[in-house]
Design a protein around this ligand. Structure first.
Ligand SMILES: Nc1ncnc2c1ncn2[C@@H]1O[C@H](COP(=O)(O)OP(=O)(O)OP(=O)(O)O)[C@@H](O)[C@H]1O
Ligand SMILES: [Mg+2]
Length: 497
């Protein structure tokens, strides 16, 4: 059964700053999270490589080591998954973002395995890894590759807001299993690296749970790391310390020392109205000893709060809904604990609609574990789960002069399909590359290339060939591109799920 301690089904939330791993407890019929043996319920997504013996450390230990030698540590690998060709050098070793993500996944999984028997008998019956809703096909492919390198039994990826709302939906099902319920739900996920908004219509019937994505929004460069930076600058300013003129190494060391205190203070200020920050010898002989209030901190991040407010307002417009049409808000992500962020949501939608019975740091991993359980046994929840998504990014191809030609727009219900007829530009072209992109910028160089379809052309005069290009996106966001010329076909798929 699914809660067999040595053969569980697993969900992993591979976060920008913190990661979590959970399993489905069959007997209790609920998702549970594992504790990391050193870091606790979540693992800081931090990797340290020792320059002397090449030993790799993770989480809390890696973070602490980074305070002494920041050049040997990497934080925020998920933000680098866009470009897998990057080389990250730590501790005299070079890694790609995919390698480092694989190391994090491996650590999460193996730490659990070691806590269960000899570590070798533990093998999940299926693992789901989560990705942000905005991840493009190539970022999903990189995540999949990382899972493969980490040697875990990946059965699929699930988007983070869908996982979080699954955890919520399960509570709803248990409270009223036979009732038909239709609710508009907003998942407000403010994590370490990203802000993700997803608006769902959740429809529960005794036979089915349907998640229909109505609209999405967000910013993939807005989260706790940015708030840390604001408080860090405030601490230096209030403490009267300038780090300019220091060597890169000394600057890094001083920065890490102050940053550690800033992050701790930020978390304290979510429950206390003020706190003290003391850092000795930021630079030799120069100490910081200041009081910071919640108000100081919240003022320092005001530009971000305004941005978040605007993103939420825009979402209503896209979905053609009003805040009063919302039935529930689920707060996800550690940064949603910041009081001014909570207040913003309460002001916009109403305090009574904010669902409190969910852990913002663990619900994504738990929802992923639930999905793994569902894929393992489709009867497990006594009802079918159906997810109706929308395209998160526009899809199209490269035209002459590096211009982007859009075939499928962003925010289209899936499945979605569009065909377009093109022709050959010049006489006797022997081959043609169809470059496929995701994004909305007018120039392809500003979008993400997800693949190329290479075509051999028959000899023909310019503009005499009918080149039919068909783009399809299925409900799991898999993109298929087919090209047809005179009955011949070429094609490729760029997978998500
Ligand atoms: N009580 C708190 N108050 C304020 N911030 C907090 C609190 N607890 C955690 N955080 C912040 O939340 C962030 C981590 O949140 P979370 O684990 O949801 O992010 P993540 O999953 O790593 O990021 P992402 O979802 O963007 O990939 C960190 O920046 C952390 O400092
Ligand atoms: Mg997250």
């Amino acid at each position: 059964m699914a809660d067999d301690a040595l053969k569980p089904v697993i969900g992993i939330d591979l976060g920008t700053t913190f990661s979590a791993i959970a399993y489905w407890h069959e007997r209790r019929q609920e998702p549970r999270h594992y504790q990391h043996s050193i870091s606790g319920e979540t693992l800081q997504s931090v990797i340290y490589c020792d320059p002397k013996n090449k030993e790799i450390l993770f989480g809390k230990l890696a973070y602490r080591k980074g305070l002494v030698s920041p050049e040997n540590v990497v934080i925020g690998v998920k933000r680098m998954m866009d470009d897998a060709s990057q080389v990250i050098s730590i501790g005299g070793q070079s890694f790609s973002p995919v390698d480092l993500s694989a190391k994090l996944l491996h650590e999460l999984y193996q730490d659990v395995a070691k806590q269960h028997g000899d570590g070798r008998s533990f093998k999940s019956r299926g693992t789901i890894v989560t990705v942000p809703y905005y991840f493009k096909a190539h970022q999903c492919a990189h995540t999949r590759k990382a899972a493969e390198i980490a040697d875990i039994e990946l059965v699929g990826l699930i988007q983070e807001p869908i996982a979080a709302s699954l955890a919520y939906a399960w509570q709803l099902v248990q409270a009223s299993p036979d009732q038909e319920i239709k609710e508009n739900i907003l998942v407000f996920d403010l994590g370490g690296g990203t802000f993700d908004l997803t608006l769902f219509c959740l429809h529960q019937t005794p036979k089915k749970l349907v998640f229909e994505v109505l609209a999405t929004g967000g910013d993939d460069r807005l989260g706790g790391m940015d708030f840390d930076e604001c408080l860090y600058n405030l601490v230096l300013e209030k403490g009267g310390v300038s780090l300019s003129g220091l060597s890169a190494i000394d600057h890094n060391k001083a920065r890490q020392k102050v940053m550690e205190q800033a992050v701790e203070a930020k978390i304290t200020l979510s429950s206390a109205s003020d706190t003290y920050i003391t850092v000795t010898d930021v630079i030799p002989g120069k100490h910081i000893d200041i009081k910071v209030t919640r108000d100081d901190f919240e003022k320092s991040i005001q530009a971000y709060t305004k941005k978040i407010d605007a993103i939420v307002q825009k979402l209503w417009a896209v979905a053609n809904l009003r805040p009063s049409d919302m039935h529930r808000v689920i707060l996800v992500g550690g940064s949603s604990r910041i009081p001014c962020m909570k207040a913003l949501v309460c002001d916009l939608i109403g305090e009574e609609k904010v669902y409190g019975n969910i852990n913002p740091s663990l619900c994504v991993a738990e929802g992923a574990a639930m999905y793994a359980a569902y894929l393992d046994d489709r009867e497990i929840f006594g009802r079918e789960i159906e997810v109706k998504t929308r395209t998160c990014h526009a899809l199209g191809l490269e035209k002459a002069g590096g211009k982007f030609f859009e075939l499928i727009a962003a925010n289209q219900p899936t499945p979605s399909e569009r065909s377009q007829l093109f022709t050959n530009d010049v006489d006797d072209m022997t081959s043609l590359d169809i470059n496929v992109y995701q994004g909305s910028a007018p120039d392809v160089k500003d979008n993400a290339k997800i693949g190329t379809i290479k075509i051999d052309l028959p000899p023909a005069k310019a503009e005499s060939l009918d080149i039919m290009v068909i783009f399809k996106v299925d409900t799991e966001q898999n993109v298929t591109v087919t090209v047809e010329i005179n009955g011949d076909r070429w094609g490729d798929s760029f997978g998500y799920a």
